[in-house]
Design a binder for this molecule. Sequence first.
Ligand SMILES: *[C@@H]1O[C@H](CO)[C@@H](O)[C@H](O)[C@H]1NC(C)=O
Ligand SMILES: *[C@@H]1O[C@H](CO)[C@@H](O)[C@H](O)[C@H]1NC(C)=O
Ligand SMILES: [Zn+2]
Length: 458
Amino acid sequence: MGIALIWCLALIFIKWITSKRRGAISYDSSDQTALYIRMLGDVRVRSRAGFETERRGSHPYIDFRIFHSNSEIEVSVSARNVRRLLSFQRYLRSSRFFRGITVPNSSNILDDDYNGQAKCMLEKVGNWNFDIFLFDRLTNGNSLVSLTFHLFNLHGLIEHFQLDTMKLRRFLVMVQEDYHSQNPYHNAVHAADVTQAMHCYLKEPKLSKSLTPWDVLLSLIAAATHDLDHPGVNQPFLIKTNHYLATLYKNTSVLENHHWRSAVGLLRESGLFAHMSLENRQLMESQIGDLILATDISQQNEYLSMFRSHLDRGDLCLENANHRHFILQMALKCADICNPCRTWELSKQWSEKVTEEFFHQGDIEKKYHLGVSPLCDRQTETIANIQIGFMTYLVEPLFGEWARFSNTRLSQTMLGHLGLNKASWKGVQREQSGSGDDVDPTFEEMDSDILPQEPRLS
Ligand SMILES: *[C@@H]1O[C@H](CO)[C@@H](O)[C@H](O)[C@H]1NC(C)=O
Ligand SMILES: *[C@@H]1O[C@H](CO)[C@@H](O)[C@H](O)[C@H]1NC(C)=O
Ligand SMILES: [Zn+2]
């Protein structure tokens, strides 16, 4: 027990040190490579075999030709070429014309979120019942752009940081387009949902009275970008298929590292903060990284035990910037997995979507004889089982601690929905199996599944 705790603290300390160091020096060469890879999309990244993948053609966005080939990558373009290719690619991607969607009037793209009903919904953007699916329909699939722009305005960030609204729009459009709309779950609507939840948490009294505009800015950007360019499959899948991202990030927080580098790429490309000092921009990039990396669910135990011991000692001091940023990491983690804390109507839709994505991965794994990942086999798993396991092992522990930190009506509402939704899934489970009450232990084992190279901490 004592040994385990010391181990845990030591590990957290090491991680903290390394993350500090990463923030302090700018980007080393492997970070640059990561940025270029992200910026080029997959169009220019070639394997030894010399193939060229398509951008966004397939679902999930994985090139199956790499399965048995050497995954070493080669980026043989100069920085200037990168930039040139990039803007052309960006142009192609964001041009509705090339995708056969005619837009009669370009100011329409920018302003269509201000049509009546969507605008009306935004007046209640701080409500926990906010229906992001409806909002996405009303904004014609632009929920992430509309919602985030609105929140920047609402929090006074545009004025405070002297942001160019055209650049901000362009940045948000790029972010939205970098999500894969083919993913049933990890798409821009999920990002918008997480951003909306984050906004609700930022408004909680404990936070709102201590947060600076800078904190709010980082939180909203991190929420909006936290799953950027998600391929619709999980990390174990990328590792076992020798995906170049797994190689690049050494099998550790592979997706989250990619989301972060993608966000940094877009921030730099948009020039949104070009008027700030280099120091501030670097600080922003590294702090956004700390927030996004915290969403790696396989690291939840580490974050949660740190949170728990702070709460036990009662030593959180939100005047302290480090403590505030830790709380923002916890808030983003909550926002990311808050689906079961929404009303049943919303929660159920998310559950169906995430299961569809899991099962799709399972289908691919079967087809290519890769061994089906936990939770991904549609023959043996059910939505109800998956949800009950998810709630029991990940959501309840996290939100339990969050409610200790912020014991408000919102926290009670979230725990209330969580309990009701779990009971509903148990009802479904009983109907389906007759035996009832099985809790899928997969989530409990998840740490060891995903991170075989690290000692377990429990
Ligand atoms: C584009 O749309 C806006 C608002 O809908 C309108 O005021 C403007 O005249 C339109 N411009 C053109 C070129 O159609
Ligand atoms: C990543 O995992 C794969 C499969 O387990 C292994 O072959 C590879 O050596 C690992 N890479 C690193 C850098 O640990
Ligand atoms: Zn997410």
